[in-house]
Design a protein around this ligand. Sequence first.
Ligand code: FDA
Length: 321
Amino acid sequence: MNTEFEVAEALKQIALDEEIKAYILQHPPLYHSLLQAALRFIGGETLAQCAETAKSVNQQGTAVTIDYMGESTRDTGMAEQATQEFLGVIQTIVDRNLDSSVSLDLSHIGMVIDTELGYKNACILAKAAHDVGLEMMISMEGIDRTSLILEIHQRLCETFDNVGITLQAYLHRTPTDLENVLQLPGKIRLVKGAYAAPAHLAKFRGAELDKSYRQLMERLLMSGHPCSIATHDPALLDPVPLEFAHKFIQEQGIEQDTIEFEMLKGVTPERLQTMKNHGYRTRVYLPYGREWHLYLCNRLAEHPPNLYRAIADAAKYKYGR
Ligand code: FDA
């Protein structure tokens, strides 16, 4: 096992550690230092800051999706508060005339407290988004939640056509899940998968996972279903040397209207620009809020050299430069 792999796996465990997260939130000097590292990847701590970031991304011709960060809410009052905040996100997108969708974790709005609470709150948000012509994207969480999230998504699709879903290529079950969600309306966002998962259920990062991602991407693109190819992988995206997705789309004569390329804020913006130059719709995932612990750890885990940058950013808060 090499050191980088071990660091990545450790960071994925830390990402899910709610005690560490609570400790950071309760200790302002630590919170503010680490916030400097998180700001590279998030739209801000508040909705107002995030709307400003969204506006500037839009001005460069790229859409965004705004997510009020949080997951695993254990308290009904907090799930209701999160739902209200998401209603504020939808209203802000309308008021500021942003080119944006809304993204969320179902566990943030009550799914792990009670399935029906999660479903009810998701319905409220899907309807509010639908009424103003916005798309709502559901993120995919840890493997213990996959089935529940897909079930709630399916129920939402019985009423709404504006609710998309994220699928993780690393899970062995995903080819079957993809066939099921292709029968439903709503965009399908394909990602590699960020959470720690056991080997009998998921593939580790590497050639085997990349092959699965390619196969799922081909199936998705060929289906003509609205989709988001959400990866920063140069082997799958770049014009040179591999130009995989773009070449495949051209060779197969697939219409570009249903396809978008989506990347995370602060991660390889030049690759998103390349896809935009090819004429595709592009989107930046823009999370905001104070619950950035899991999100920051996942960004460091998927590219451990980011740790150096994060330490330098965090140190600036205390020591300046
Ligand atoms: P991979 O990790 O193999 O990286 C390929 C290359 O991209 C790297 O070699 C490096 O050059 C660059 N790169 C990738 N990440 C980087 C980083 N953090 N910093 C610098 N360079 C980096 N996951 C999940 O489990 N549930 C979800 O709902 C979502 N949602 C989601 C939405 C969107 C829009 C995106 C883009 C991603 C997600 N993810 C996610 C995260 C996803 O599962 C995955 O962890 C990351 O996208 C990184 O995987 P890549 O496909 O980029 O490939």
